[in-house]
Ligand binder design. Structure first.
Ligand SMILES: *Cc1c(COP(=O)(O)O)cnc(C)c1O
Length: 463
């Protein structure tokens, strides 16, 4: 073997060891960053080291500080694991090292992106002629869609953002649900629209269409964007799209939907009704690295008016070779970028239509099992209607009318992290500390759920 083969062979073996260890290894990291710094060493070497030795050092030194994100018992945040076809394809992406800017530069990439985009629109039940951009994540997908939205609503007033920027132009109103994801606020900041107007939500975190209609009517007419949500990170709830989009349309607003994980409900016949009305929006953001389980990173920006997307993100450079069908760079903020569509294509090609539906339904089934198992624990309350993949639970102290009801919830979460069987996040929702479970990993099994419920019961049983 030459040096390159030895390095790749080392990485292959280390990757398999890591993945095989996930079922028994504690899910939380067991070492702190300082420990890993020590193990890696801080002195910049004076000279070269063989690549395979470097890979071995990296894997060995980092292992204790790695979190079992791809474990079937990781339920923190909203993440997602790595489907084997997508992971293997991602290795090829690095080996192929394509710069996926132009069709002419990498015809293979353009082909995979076109096919994956068409499949995604089909599975997510969105218009087939949408423009689709493969971004780093849903934050950048929100950014991309909101840039297209901003330019489009301003151009209706005769203002040209691409040429004149924002300064001196009409103010764009942006209305969002009170429980939108923080990334929507970030994206609005990046596109220069500032803080949005927050519209009240109901007890599951869904925007209230009556409140939206009222807020729209109360403000000045003019360029307006409404941001809705498919999948609340606490409750999993979906905004009532039909009435909310109806209200937005009356105000001639652009409707954007953040569906980072929830949009995938559309891929399951059983859960698709949650997304009823979604296709009537103007743009949609979702993640492939969550529910679809491709490795980091990949988000998707989808815009009904493909020309609006191209106008906001497109590049014209004399040194580039433009294609009349549009190029991958016309749909995302970056120029140089890796071939994100290859792992997406591989996951979809391997799962097929029924595989994606089964994946979504399995995640939801596990979430329901968690809700049932936790509800049976003394003093536990599941706070949300478990309609999708998210479960929020709180644990009361034994003492009646105890004001410290949050303390037991936090205690249980800390004990779980010490125990290591699982990784579950704490959060604050509707004024209470909650244990928040997000089932997002393709590999989570009934056994993982049973082992986790057992750990939660043990943690809850301690005084
Ligand atoms: C995760 C998430 C985002 C942000 O996605 P990234 O891929 O982390 O950028 C946005 N909205 C919702 C609802 C999410 O769950």
């Amino acid at each position: 073997m030459d040096a390159r083969e030895r390095a790749l062979f080392q990485a292959y073996n280390q990757a398999l060891r890591w993945l095989a260890g996930l079922s028994d290894r504690p899910v939380p990291a067991r070492a702190a960053a300082e420990d890993i710094v020590r193990a890696l060493g801080t002195d910049l070497p004076a000279g070269p080291t063989p690549p395979d030795e470097v890979v071995d050092l990296l894997a060995t030194a980092c292992e204790p500080g790695l979190t079992g994100f791809p474990s079937g018992r990781f339920y923190g945040f909203v993440v997602g694991g790595t489907h084997p076809a997508a992971l293997a394809a991602d290795w090829l992406v690095s080996a192929w090292d394509q710069n996926c800017v132009m069709r002419a530069a990498s015809p293979a990439y353009a082909a995979a992106e076109d096919i994956a985009a068409a499949w995604l629109l089909d599975l997510l039940r969105l218009p087939a002629d949408c423009g689709v951009g493969f971004t780093t994540g849903a934050t950048m997908a929100n950014f991309t869609c909101l840039a297209a939205a901003r330019d489009a609503v301003l151009s209706r007033t005769g203002w040209n953002t691409v040429r004149d920027g924002l300064a001196g132009g009409p103010r764009v109103r942006v209305l969002v649900g009170a429980e939108r994801h923080i990334s929507v606020d970030l994206a609005l900041r990046y596109v220069g629209l500032g803080e949005p107007e927050s519209v009240p939500a109901d007890d599951q975190g869904r925007i209230r269409p009556d409140a939206l209609r009222q807020a729209l009517a109360a403000g000045p007419p003019g360029p307006t964007i409404v941001v809705l949500q498919a999948g609340n990170i606490h409750s999993g709830a979906f905004d009532p799209f039909q009435p909310a989009i109806g209200a937005a349309r009356e105000a001639d607003a652009w409707v954007h939907i953040d569906g980072a994980f929830g949009l995938w409900a559309a891929a399951s016949p059983r859960y698709a009704p949650l997304t009823a009305g979604c296709p009537d929006a103007d743009s949609w953001a979702t993640d492939a690295h969550k529910t679809l389980n491709v490795p980091y990173d990949c988000g998707l920006a989808m815009v009904r008016d493909a020309a609006a997307l191209r106008s906001a993100m497109g590049h014209q450079g004399a040194y580039l070779i433009h294609d009349t069908r549009g190029d991958p760079i016309d749909t995302v903020p970056e120029l140089s970028r890796r071939g994100r569509a290859f792992p997406v294509w591989a996951a979809l090609r391997s799962l097929g239509r029924t595989g994606v539906a089964d994946l979504v339904e399995r995640l939801c089934r596990h979430a329901t099992a968690f809700a049932e198992g936790i509800a049976a624990i003394e003093g536990a309350t599941v706070l949300n209607d478990v309609v999708f993949t998210q479960v929020c639970a709180a644990f009361d102290d034994d003492a009646p009318n105890d004001v410290h009801t949050d303390a037991r919830t936090d205690r249980i979460i800390h004990r779980l992290l010490d125990d290591g069987t699982t990784w579950i996040s704490g959060s604050t929702w509707q004024g209470r500390r909650v244990m928040r479970i997000s089932v997002s990993n393709w590999s989570t099994s009934d056994d993982d759920v049973a082992r986790t419920l057992d750990a939660i019961q043990r943690a809850a049983a301690l005084p």
